[in-house]
Ligand binder design. Structure first.
Ligand SMILES: Cc1ncc(COP(=O)(O)O)c(C=O)c1O
Length: 440
């Protein structure tokens, strides 16, 4: 029986490592999204869909470095590509052919991507897309959805997790900046309410002459993966086009939804898109791509409008890992993974029905997110009380760790990787059933 007691014991290796970490890192951590109370489990290695921790315990990984490892850990093809590349040198003050190959691959799959540029994270990709939109349109503002997460760029972070005391009117949400961001940033970010078409139309029209871009993730995790209402995304696309506002689709997380990407799967044609996670095959990556006429703002051979530096942009190790990953992710691989996603969502629905526990299973493709409520979920505000901060989720997360499964502590969220089969999914659902019964 795998236990969490061992990792929580006073003499546990994770505890010792965390004590050391706290001496040299604030909070003992360099990434808030993986913090876990009382301290994290330290990983030693990963193989396929399993992670082995520093105590030697093995668990099935349903987080996959927050969705980025679509092939699971240490995929043999990716490992070989990285090893071959590493012995040839890892970074140069020169471009490498691999940069062109990954650019060609993404452009061949994503209809609206005629040109692309690489960076090192999804946050950077979002920042570059916003800068490109401002430079192209000559306008200062962006619009984004309340609750949606797009990384850590000042403007993209606005109203990422507002609270009822400050969030303002439902039809005209307040712009709330994060600590450390100048309050002046708020005036250049228009916050839109998810799934409220009339309010969105009005807000867009109100700021139309100043809006450079509308930033939208078609299946936003921060908004509980609540499906956009029929016609909502196409309405946004049409309103943006009418007012000369660019649509930026944030595909950093949801590019794993389908072979042609999330925007295509959700039926919209954006002007720009941001990418990350799976296209780096497990290495740091980001990319911004879109129509040639817009991407030309980065073209140093013309009247350059946006400077784009970055010592490690398009580093060849990331690129070969990304190329190998994307080549393995042929349409049939996406289809199989998405069928497994459908299967696990169905099994979860069945479980909550059997337990007679109110729940809604959201998510799409190879991801699932369960909300423990029967209330109608429409937007970020409707999630209150069932959101990331609910202690029930960290309790469930710890129980699931004890049963041998890695899930998010901020919601019953998980994603699949290609080494998984129905056996791992059945195991997950069975363990979650036991954990939920323990709760009640
Ligand atoms: C939709 C979305 N956009 C942007 C980002 C930021 O990407 P990164 O963590 O690589 O900076 C994330 C990260 O989870 C994301 O989910």
């Amino acid at each position: 029986m795998i236990t969490v007691e061992r990792y929580r014991a006073p003499c546990s290796v994770s505890r010792e490592l965390y004590d050391r970490a706290c001496r040299v890192m604030p909070g003992g951590n360099t990434r808030h999204s993986i913090a876990l109370a009382p301290y994290p489990i330290y990983a030693r290695s990963g193989s396929g869909c399993r992670i082995t921790d520093v105590e030697g315990e093995q668990r099935v990984d349903f987080l996959n470095n927050y969705t980025s490892l679509i092939l699971g850990h240490a995929n043999p093809g990716v490992t070989e590509a990285v090893q071959c590349r590493a012995v040839m040198g890892t970074a140069f003050t020169m471009p490498t052919p691999e940069e062109i190959e990954l650019a060609e691959l993404i452009a061949s799959r994503v209809g609206y991507v005629e040109q692309i540029r690489f960076c090192n994270s999804g946050s950077e990709a979002v920042m570059m897309a916003i800068k490109a939109a401002r430079a192209f349109t000559g306008r200062p503002k962006i619009a984004k959805f309340e609750g949606a997460y797009h990384g850590v760029y000042d403007y993209a972070e606005v109203s990422e997790g507002p609270t009822p005391d400050t969030w303002g009117e439902a039809d005209a949400p307040a712009s709330i900046t994060e600590p450390g961001t100048p309050p002046s940033v708020a005036k250049d970010v228009v916050i839109l309410p998810w799934n409220r078409p009339d309010a969105c139309r009005k807000l867009i029209a109100q700021h139309k002459d100043e809006l450079a871009a509308l930033l939208v993730d078609p299946m936003p995790l921060g908004i509980g993966m609540i499906t956009p209402r029929p016609g909502f995304l196409s309405m946004l696309r049409a309103e943006a086009a009418r007012h000369g506002i660019l649509v930026i689709a944030d595909e950093v997380l949801n590019f794993r939804l389908a072979y042609h990407g999330a925007a295509h799967a959700c039926g919209i044609e954006p002007d720009l898109g941001t990418f990350g996670k799976i296209i780096g095959g497990g290495f740091p990556v980001g990319a911004v791509g879109g129509k040639r006429r817009i991407m030309s703002v980065f073209d140093h051979t013309g009247p350059l409008k946006v400077h784009h530096g970055g010592t490690f942009n398009a580093n060849p190790v990331t690129l070969v890992a990304g190329l190998e990953t994307m080549r393995q992710m042929r349409p049939d691989a996406f289809d199989r993974l998405n069928r497994l996603g459908e299967y696990v969502r169905d099994q979860l629905r069945r479980l909550f029905c059997d337990l007679q526990r109110p729940a809604q299973v959201c998510g799409s493709g190879s991801m699932f997110l369960v909300h423990l409520t029967a209330d109608e979920l429409t937007d970020f505000r409707s999630l209150r009380g069932f959101s990331r901060t609910n202690p029930i989720y960290s309790d469930l997360c710890h129980q699931m760790l004890a049963y041998g499964f890695v899930l998010s502590p901020r919601g019953i969220f998980g994603c699949l990787s290609t080494p998984m089969t129905e056996a791992e999914l059945d195991g997950l659902v069975d363990a979650l059933g036991r954990a939920l019964r323990n709760l009640s």
